[in-house]
Design a protein around this ligand. Structure first.
Ligand code: PMP
Length: 441
């Protein structure tokens, strides 16, 4: 096979995916892989979903692309209506883009423009959290908490500082209640705003459940409510990045709905197109849109493919499936089963430090010692070995090395399709456990 594609790694050829069948992907040799991570929390409906395929065929027969500088389209309008109706209180407008980084980038620029238009030009600083990922474009990269990802591109264009990611397993003190820890983690935001000067801070950005960088670490009860209060007190915008944890992944269409919090903006992507089309969205509170409408009337941003009719048609079909097949309930039920199976299989393993998550968004953190929570030596490349062993056994999972910053262990992220059956949960956990055993040996 010709090999001219320039991917992320220049080492080694990858198998060619030729077909999808529910929770499985199939390569050119006929080997089947159970998609235990939905790629990276993307394929929420599994592969080859009939309703999405039918919707895409139908849309292709009507119109695929009409530039948003000239036209709107039925699927894009319908998608925005559905999202606004389902979103937390106050969300009134939707800005459609093609992926997660684009959504985060748009949120940062919209926040900046909002403060310019309401006469607060000094607000430009962003506060985010350590161990977070918000995308790879320059603004999103500046926002993410991974020092090592940013290092070679410094200095960044957006001035960002980072506080606690609300990481109970690593940060809760002996004897401290979950609630007390949540408030303590949130109060780091207050301290950081004071340090920077409240009038200079534009936005706080966070994932309600931290995805790839920490392995499904959920906000503890009360944390996001306290964050909301602090943002309100200082006029700082709260941007929740639900690119990974949104679109039903946690058992709620928006993860923050479980926390009872309404942010100023929400970013979504991945599960919105479920892998069938590249699409992302920025959901925006009415007051932000209204300020721009009353001011310049023009958001200084835009992408050629925004509001693409095919992408919107796919997203409408995805949301239709989630609703008509009651998949949020299913995510909660199957998520409990996955959690129980992980605990039964791995709970006694002396190197499994933590099993956590919400819905079908779960993480397993591996440590050298349970007592000290010391991470493994990065030279062991444990995560790469788990990934390779699992893949050889026909399981796609999403391990990440955490030891680079010395602040967390290696972890495996699991985000299977919402349609996962009980027997497939057993297959997933069995293969993962085997891969961990071999990698640790
Ligand atoms: N935000 C979060 C929370 C993500 O997990 C990701 C992707 N892993 C992004 C933003 C960036 O999305 P994309 O890769 O679609 O640009």
């Amino acid at each position: 096979m010709p090999n001219h594609i320039f991917g992320r790694s220049t080492k080694g050829a990858l198998p060619t995916a030729v077909a999808g069948d529910g929770c499985y992907l199939i390569d050119a040799s006929g080997k089947r892989y159970l998609d235990g991570s939905g790629g990276a929390a993307v394929s929420c409906l599994g592969h080859s979903n009939a309703a999405v395929r039918a919707a895409l065929h139908a849309q292709l027969d009507q119109v695929a692309f009409a530039h948003t500088g000239f036209f709107t389209s039925e699927p894009a309008e319908q998608l925005a209506d559905t999202l606004v109706a389902a979103a937390p209180e106050g969300i009134e407008r939707v800005y459609l883009v093609s992926g997660g980084s684009e959504a985060v980038e748009a949120s940062l620029k919209l926040a900046r423009q909002y403060f310019l238009e309401i006469g607060q030009p000094q607000r430009h600083r962003v506060i985010a959290r350590r161990q977070s990922y918000h995308g790879n474009t320059l603004g999103a990269l500046a926002t993410g908490g991974n020092e090592w990802r940013r290092a070679q591109f410094a200095p960044m264009l957006v001035e960002t500082s980072h506080i606690s990611p609300c990481y109970e397993y690593r940060e809760r003190a002996e004897g401290e209640s979950l609630e007390a820890y949540g408030l303590r983690a949130a109060d780091e935001l207050e301290a950081e705003i004071q340090r920077l000067g409240p009038e200079s801070v534009m936005a706080f950005v966070a994932e309600p459940v931290v995805g790839a960088t920490a392995g499904a670490v959920p906000a503890v009860p009360g944390y996001l409510k306290r964050i909301r209060e602090i943002c309100d007190r200082h006029g700082v915008l709260l941007i929740l990045d639900e690119v990974m944890c949104g679109m039903g992944r946690t058992g709620y269409l928006f993860a923050c709905q479980e926390d009872g919090v309404s942010p100023d903006m929400i970013t979504i992507a991945k599960g919105l197109g479920a892998g069938y089309q590249p699409i992302g969205a920025l959901l925006v509170q009415g007051k932000i849109y209204d300020a721009i409408a009353a001011g310049s009337g023009f958001f200084q941003h835009g992408h050629t493919y925004m509001g693409h009719a095919m992408a919107a048609a796919a997203a409408n079909a995805v949301l239709g499936e989630i609703q008509s097949r009651d998949l949020l309930m299913r995510v909660r039920a199957q998520g409990e089963k996955l959690d129980a199976a992980l605990r039964a299989e791995l709970g006694q393993n002396p190197h499994v430090g933590d099993i956590r998550g919400r819905g079908l968004f779960r993480g397993v953190e591996l440590v050298e010692s349970r007592e000290t929570k010391a991470p493994f030596d990065p030279a062991r490349k444990l995560n790469a070995r788990i990934k390779a062993e699992a893949f050889a056994a026909g399981l796609i999972c999403y391990p990440m090395g955490g030891t680079i910053d010395g602040q967390r262990g290696d972890h495996v992220l699991l985000a299977p399709p919402f349609i996962i059956e009980d027997a497939q949960i057993d297959e997933l956990v069995g293969k993962l456990s085997g891969a961990i055993r071999v990698a640790l040996a």
